[in-house]
Design a protein around this ligand. Sequence first.
Ligand code: WTA
Length: 653
Amino acid sequence: MAKTSESTVIESHLTENRVFKPSKEFSKNAHFSNLAAYKKLLAQSIKSPEKFWAKEAASLLWSKKWTQVLKWKAPFAKWFVGGRLNASENCLDRHLTGPHRNKAAIIWEGEPGEKRTLTYHQLHREVCLFANILKRNGVKSGDRVLIYMPLVPEAAIAMLACARIGAVHNVVFGGFSSESIKDRIMDSGASVVVTADGGYRRGQIVPLKQNVDQALAGVKQVRRVIVFRRTHLDIHIEEGRDVWWHREAEYVAANCAPLAVDSEHPLFILYTSGSTGKPKGILHTTGGYLTQTAATTKYVFDLREDDVYWCTADIGWVTGHSYLVYGPLANGATCLMYEGAPNWPEPDRFWKLIAEYGVTILYTAPTAIRAFMKWGDEWPRKHDLSSLRLLGTVGEPINPEAWMWYFKNIGKSRCPIVDTWWQTETGAIMIAPLPGATPLKPGTATLPFFGIDAAIVDDNGKEVGPMEGGKLVVRKPWPSMLRTIYGDTPRFRKQYWSEVKGFYFTGDGARRDKDGYFWIVGRIDDVLNVAGHRLGTAEVESALVAHPGVAEAAVVGRPDDIKGQAVVAFVTLRSGHKAGKDLSEAIRKHVAQSIGAIAKPDDIRFTDVLPKTRSGKIMRRLLKQVAAGKAITGDTTTLEDFSVLAKLGAAQE
Ligand code: WTA
């Protein structure tokens, strides 16, 4: 008994009492507006998930209906057994016969400012052309195609074209190095690569094709590289291997019938980092994935016909897959896509885009929100943001201060915020409010989505009580769950299904409050043990950024002889605040006040910037090394900004 509670309990000392009920104005037209009715349906759906999901799946287009909703032999699920469908047909062809035909599917803006709009009809045509290009270059159903592209419509076109012919896409984020591309090519067995001559980021050209060339040195497995011309950068063309997208397009027809694949046919592989070494190739399949991404987009974003929906994620991350491509397009939505950085040429680019295109739904990440806070309130204030009606966040726990800033400065205290918890592995949103019905509290993703049996348990799988910390698990299969780690099923079993017997273990620690809301504390591996107390780093960070001087914070542990671990806080400051002993004392006191003396950082280290991966996750491993006084070693290819390392070395105490 004692051992169990000691190893799983995550103490939480932060309390948040603010509650924001949906406004009448928002609820009036929402899919769900009655809290009691929603909760009733939620309870029913969690009891019988198959019933709920079958109904959602039925709203997709199937060329052959399934014979069984779920076949579950833990840890392997098959959803909509025997059914056949095509994901691209569901995202495109389905919309061509009705009023969506000439509706904008993708409104795109490049970083330098070019604008393009593709209607559903036009997008369909482009996808058919590229599907035929893939075929012409020997790609067959089941083949893996690696996509390494800037955020241009052609990235989505390439994904949908793969889906159209049953090929499996493996998108690699354009910020990854050639070494990472090579690893993913080898691991996924890709034979074709789709890339561009380059892409724009902060006014520079990222030499994508050059990175691919380096990745392919000595690699025989890749027969063909298809190159989209984006920047007119001078590039090497390897005769016999490389072809231009626009040249190939001259040889193919603009119609390509979608291939109906089995519901469990692989749709994509997406690599994600684990707590150790080698990235995991998360495998997703077709029918279940599409069902859950479509349903969550519709209900969580409360999608309406006239919405202009903007998910700011890059296509290289799961959020870009599920909520920039498959979910919204399956719903016939209009999506904004922006190629570049949020602060190019100035820190108001996002707000400018929102005003110009009349964006109604904005889905972004807490890390971006905190950057906006740091840049100052004047930037959003310069633009008309009155078109917005709903805001969303994803990627990490959002600290209540950032939530409030987002709510007030961007949503003008009018727009609900949907804090959505999910993972690359879960494929789609798992815990999130329904904005017309769920009362919101800053910092919590609130309640599970329909049909999701999420729980917080101890090491033995026993559910813990309210306000008690534990492991976040999912007890029943869900349609968009990962099917395996590509090529490594033993790791799949070990990583996700061995920690808590019989359940999917998320790797996150969390607690539920008295209303049943889920508060994600952070990765279990980001949890510190200070003098026998377990403390979520996210919680300490939340308290830190609530201090008026702090813009961003990252907390790690360093070994301490007496306490086991000491708390080290790396902080960046808001303009107008000066690093120094006085401020660091004030910050420590502030943390002690909001959480308790236990969380008081032992060291405060000021820095200009925090080292982050391209997806905005703080690289704790590096910070731990710096905190422990070690030199920085190991793989740093995912760093947002390499100069960060040098700066951190010089961080003052
Ligand atoms: C964290 C991103 C708190 C969590 C879709 C999870 C969150 C990991 C939230 C997955 C949220 C994501 N609140 N934590 N709303 N969303 N996380 O695979 O630790 O890049 O396990 O998927 O991000 O990150 P991934």
